[in-house]
Design a binder for this molecule. Structure first.
Ligand SMILES: Nc1nc2c(ncn2[C@@H]2O[C@H](COP(=O)(O)OP(=O)(O)O)[C@@H](O)[C@H]2O)c(=O)[nH]1
Ligand SMILES: [Mg+2]
Length: 428
């Protein structure tokens, strides 16, 4: 499998509350593995000060040069931000490809974007990233040329041309994105033709989503092994204890301290979560930051993704890696999960399989209690029914038709659906 890779986490002493370098390093390895790089060596290197030419100190650069050579490393991942100059200097020193954190995450998003909006948004982020590098190396060249700015060197012209091409492409992408947003409803309808309910796994990178995905779909394929990838390797059928069929979707993971220029692309790659009937929030319960991670995930889903109702009524938590806890901790967890049912939480181990049957049963129960999406027509003047639907359901779409009627798509709980049918008569 994949290229041999070296992962370096430059540990700066950040202000605020930095997460532990070990956890950060583990996350960076998880990100590298997500694009099938084989991590041969990983280390956190404390940065007392930043060296402008190579970021890392010369001692570290030299030491890693022999390591890169000895282990036939093809790619070095620097889990931080590299300037174009630093990237070039490291590539020269190590004679291998070097990518930084933003570049790595862009690769992952690029592979995982599924909706049209996601694809466009990721391409936009990638071009903006590429452009910033061109501009910076361009000003760097300019500086090298001293005061001779009026003599356009050949390199300069080429970069100017590249930059113009990127700008044109960016303008076109932004226009396409507008179009996609305007016609989003059509895309949605097309996607809703999936014959089974969709269950989406969400959570942090390294929480174990892919491992659980494989465990639940009884796949023989190793979590990271995409050799047998079908057209869309992140969706598979799932048969639940009651015999109900569902589609399980492994989504792109949350990452800590997401570079801000990637936030829009990240949200767009999560678009599919919006259409899911149930969310399974996979948590690494043995991670020192597990609570902070949970809050991050919930905040993004509720806030930026506007999925407040989904988080509150259609989420099951999978408390994964329970095998890493001491027995008494695991017992406490299981007891708490059994009592506090808001949201339902099931301790599991995706690796040993423990708890997975209970999780399947939970998913089954949640789906049978799940809210249903209905389409309904109202008289445009019928404010009372409209208010009722807003108060009791989740209004997904609302179109005013020419004939003075209003067409709605609403998600209702089974109870409220019953009430609505009583109110409006059968055939609603
Ligand atoms: N001990 C233990 N390790 C796990 C468990 N689930 C996943 N892992 C490990 O955690 C790492 C990340 O798993 P992965 O499924 O790729 O996480 P993802 O990024 O959320 O898809 C891998 O090394 C897995 O072997 C678990 O239940 N217990
Ligand atoms: Mg994964």
């Amino acid at each position: 499998m994949g290229s041999h890779c070296l992962v370096v986490h430059p540990a700066t002493r950040d202000k605020g509350a930095p997460r532990a370098p070990d956890a950060r390093l583990a996350e960076a390895c998880g990100l590298a593995e997500a694009i099938r790089l084989r991590v041969c060596h990983a280390e956190a290197i404390p940065l007392a000060r930043i060296r402008p030419a190579t970021l890392l100190g010369s001692g570290a650069v030299d030491r890693l040069t022999s390591l890169v050579h000895d282990q036939s490393i093809d790619v070095a991942v620097i889990d931080g931000a590299l300037s174009p100059v630093q990237q070039r200097n490291l590539e020269k020193a190590w004679s291998c490809k070097v990518i930084d954190r933003t570049g790595l995450i862009l690769e992952i998003f690029g592979e995982r974007a599924r909706t049209r909006e996601g694809v466009l948004q990721v391409e936009l982020a990638a071009l903006t990233y590429a452009r910033s590098r061109l501009v910076r190396s361009w000003t760097h060249l300019e500086r090298q040329r001293g005061g001779l700015g009026f003599v356009g060197g050949p390199g300069e012209t080429q970069i100017e041309a590249d930059r113009r091409m990127i700008d044109e492409r960016i303008v076109r992408l932004k226009r396409d994105l507008e179009d996609v947003r305007r016609t989003r409803d059509l895309h949605r309808q097309a996607r809703r033709r999936v014959p089974h309910p969709v269950v989406a796994l969400v959570g942090y990178t390294n929480a174990g989503k892919s491992t659980l995905f494989n465990r639940l779909t009884r796949s023989d394929v190793h979590a990271e092994d995409r050799l047998f990838a079908t057209l869309d390797p992140t969706m598979r059928g799932l048969t639940l204890p009651s015999g109900r069929r569902a589609i399980l979707s492994d989504t792109v993971g949350f990452v800590s301290d997401l570079p801000h220029e990637l936030v829009a692309a990240f949200h767009a790659t999560l678009e599919e979560v919006r259409e899911a009937d149930l969310l399974v929030h996979v948590r690494d319960i043995a991670h020192p930051d597990t609570e902070a991670q949970k809050q991050d995930v919930v905040a993004v889903l509720k806030g930026e993704m506007d999925l407040e109702t989904a988080v509150e009524t259609r989420t099951v938590e999978a408390l994964n890696k329970a095998d890493l806890l001491a027995p008494e901790e695991a017992a406490t967890l299981a007891n708490r999960a059994a009592r506090a049912d808001d949201p339902p939480a099931v301790p599991v181990s995706a690796v040993s399989g423990e708890g997975c049957e209970a999780l399947r049963a939970r998913i089954d129960a949640a789906l049978s209690a799940a809210w249903e999406v209905i389409e309904t027509d109202l008289d445009a003047a019928d404010g009372r029914t409209l208010a009722w639907l807003h108060a009791h359901g989740e209004v997904l779409e609302r179109d005013r038709r020419d004939n003075g009627r209003m067409h709605l798509r609403v998600r209702l709980s089974p109870q409220n659906l019953g009430r609505y049918r009583l109110m409006r008569g059968p055939g609603t």
